[in-house]
Design a protein around this ligand. Sequence first.
Ligand code: DC
Length: 231
Amino acid sequence: MPLPFTIAIDGPAASGKSTLGKKLADALGYLFFDTGVMYRAVTWAALENGLDIDDEESVARLAQTIDIDLRPPSQADGRNCDILLNGKDITWQVRRPEVDANVSQVSAYAGVRQAMTVQQRRIGARGRVVMVGRDIGTVVMPDADLKIYLDASPEERARRRYQELLARGEAADYEEILAGVRRRDQIDSTRDLAPLRPASDAHRINSDGMDAEQVFSVVMNLATQDDPPAS
Ligand code: DC
């Protein structure tokens, strides 16, 4: 059985999708593509341009005109890739709290999703890709060869985000982060368009109590075993 040509990883915020996706892509020699950063880049651009985030039409128009590019990392500062907005490096700006607070709303806009989905499908069609997001197995690449839905409790996910921020020397408040995680779960899973939900043929993994290495080993087994049945 050949390796899966396309791998889709979906799940809620901070469930460990990016860590898993990057390790998997490195192990297989595939492209790692974290689609969440595209929605974050649009949100950052909207805030930078002083747009009203409630103004769907203006935000969607902006999404259709800006140039978002993902490149191999140019610096060893913990980044998985460089995120360029119209050529400018915004890799860490897209992780700021004001982006966290607004990205779910921006990513629910039809015009924004349409613009991002077109770009994501084009990259997915080339194959040898691990694509990470919320709707990859359901909407962007419904024919992906291997689909993973990675979950964890809100408390565990907030704890991971909190530790990530502390590790980067940034101020963090656990209760505030937990409230944000819950609020984003609510928006991401109840929106009309491409809501967060597992594809019917996805392998579902709850990573509570598992470290990154254990999750990786479960998924690597799925990727290399013959015709794995979905759980
Ligand atoms: O994975 P993340 O936290 O970086 O995602 C940021 C936001 O983008 C999140 O609120 C959900 C949204 N998103 C989406 O709607 N579809 C995707 N494929 C990826 C992310």
